[in-house]
Design a protein around this ligand. Sequence first.
Ligand SMILES: [Zn+2]
Length: 355
Amino acid sequence: MEIRNVVQSYSVNNGSYKAQGQNSFKFLSDDCSKKDVVDISQKKDKKLNKNVIVTSGLAIVGTALCAATKGRLNIFKHAAKSAEFINAKSVKEAVTYGKKDLKIQRYENYDLANLDMINTLNEMLHKEKSLTGEIPQVIRFLKRGELPVTAPMGYKLEPEINKRVLFVNTDTFNRFDEVIKDAFVERGKGTGLSNFISISNGKYVLSDLSYKSNTMDKFIEKLNAFNPNSSFKDKMELYQGIANAKSFANAGKIGLKDCKMQDFAYDDIFVHEMGHMHHQLIYPKYQEAGSQMSQIRIDFASDTAKLQIPYRVSSYAASSPLEFVAEVYTGLRKGQHFDNEVMSLYRRYNGPIVN
Ligand SMILES: [Zn+2]
């Protein structure tokens, strides 16, 4: 099914996905004839005592509501042309707009959000809704201590209320200096940014020129431009830049060739979460794929050779089939091209096909 009023579209061309300038999206799905509510537990966060999926940092529990019917599913079928987004003048006005126009059922703890944050969220939700027809039903703002500061956003389908919930960790944006500080810490196999970025005369500079690229220059520029009053968009963009830079460094460290520092945008985190939501809606094995000990998960990471494929997307994509799908989905939405092996793996896990 074709949707005309969306932003981008892609077609298969020699195995890679190519932006067409035409606007259509298609989601393919396996058989999914029954409504199926299941628990997802990918990672146990002991401190929080919750099951969470960490997404570029964030984290979520979940359940899958299989809304698909037999055969093909196009989740974009409800997409409709909508009015241009206009920023609200107060948090209260933004909440009213979201409820009335976006049909968000609840904004929880919105007193934690400032106007810039809630307007930006509404803007992204508005775009997602006109593009796909599907957005979360609940927006929940989290305060300090509910999630690590390095986890900015997350998605889950909450079993108790059977609603799609988007989490926004206000602590991440209130204490963004902590996020930057954390990025320079090396952990295990992962590579901290201090391996190739240093501080000279109070400015971040590239200390290893083999990392140089236009995107890396842009990233360092954003890093230097950060200040506590930076906008929500600026912080989200920088967060994604950090994630991409670390991923790039990590890929180099494990000897992966053909990697490059990927471009980053302010809405990448949000689109990644929406990738989880769309995936969950069409993939009957979503729960299984997220479970640490499942066969799907074991097969995904059974050997280093296999992991080279998701690593070509990002190091985060190599952490689980669900993160792989969400990462590829984010790339496809941006018009990024992936090779045959990546797309074949994406289809194997019922990744929402942008067509
Ligand atoms: Zn994720």
